[in-house]
Design a protein. Structure first.
Length: 316
């Protein structure tokens, strides 16, 4: 067990966690951030973030992360690459939290959960069988492998439409399949998809099965209006049907909503004193890079005030 007691340990290296690190470092806290997931953030898988203020031409996701990380390092934030298995109360001191990792146990006065979220599975026959053989969850990661192929994208939100648009760089054709009668994506993205000649949009339909031999050869569709089924030939399917929070390290410890997202107030305080949540793992109406950064700033500021109270140096 580490003998050092940090003021703040941040779990997660995305926009929320790095923003928290910047503010914690500026606030003079002894700070450590765990880059615990692979990839460390959904942001690195985004081709271009078009709506981040200050970048009118857009910015690649991994470049934004690089800039945030460099800025946090300049303010003294320490980094460790390790998966956090569990957050738990300290065995001896009530005001300290233990962060248990595969590399040892770390101790801190406060914890900032910036663990983000992962892609939800579609949950249909063939999905697991063909993972890596035509089934993918990341267009930026795998799109180049599908040059001149016919591709299906499952989903109708911002992420799914963005993936479909990105895949038109490589694919011969992209078919976007969505269960509703209109796309859920914001109008600007939806219109781009409708205007793109490489994209076909199929609404009121769900994918019920992924089939093939050694690799994906097609998907079975079910029309929700007439319940008719049809086979759509393709060589790949990209699944973008939402996210599930990576909250396993705090399962049963902090209060979560029905979907597993951590419940935190406007100060990012969770149901446990000294544990704060920010970014995509938090229950909130909008999950974007800019809201994650704002959450991180608030979480670190709240952690600073919490630490100052514990150490008897709060400014009243």
């Amino acid at each position: 067990m580490e003998s050092v007691v940090y003021d703040i340990i941040i779990i997660g290296g995305g926009p929320a966690g790095l923003s928290a690190g910047i503010y914690a470092g500026r606030g003079g806290l002894k700070s450590l951030l765990f880059e615990c997931f692979d990839p460390p953030s959904q942001a690195v898988m985004v081709d271009v973030i078009e709506n981040y203020p200050g970048f009118p031409e857009g910015i690649e996701g991994f470049r934004l992360i690089e800039r945030l990380k460099h800025q946090a390092e300049n303010f003294g934030l320490e980094f460790r690459k390790a998966r956090v298995d569990r957050v738990a109360p300290d065995d001896k001191e009530e005001s300290i939290w233990q962060i248990k990792t595969g590399e040892g146990v770390y101790r801190s006065l406060t914890v900032v959960l910036a663990v983000g979220a992962r892609h939800r599975r579609l949950g249909v026959e063939g999905e697991e069988e063909f993972r890596g053989k035509g089934v993918s969850y990341c267009a930026v990661c795998d799109g180049a492998f599908f040059k001149d192929k016919d591709i299906v994208v499952a989903g109708g939100g911002n992420s799914a439409v963005s993936e479909a648009l990105y895949l038109t760089r490589f694919a011969k054709k992209v078919v976007l399949v969505h269960r509703r009668d209109r796309l859920r994506a914001v109008s600007a993205l939806a219109q781009k998809a409708k205007d793109n000649k490489k994209i076909e949009i199929i609404l009121n339909s769900v994918i019920t099965r992924i089939q093939g031999k050694d690799k994906v050869g097609g998907v079975e569709l079910r029309n929700l209006s007439g319940e008719n089924k049809s086979l759509l030939a393709c060589q790949g399917i990209f699944i973008s049907v939402g996210y599930a929070p990576n909250t396993e390290p705090v399962a049963g410890l902090v209060e979560v909503d029905g979907s597993g997202y951590v419940i935190a107030d406007e100060t990012m305080q969770t149901s446990k004193p000294g544990i704060f949540a920010c970014g995509d793992c938090r229950a909130k109406p909008l999950r974007q890079a800019i809201t994650a950064c704002g959450d991180g700033a608030v979480a670190a500021t709240s952690a600073i005030k919490y630490v100052d109270r514990i150490k008897g140096r709060a400014y009243e």
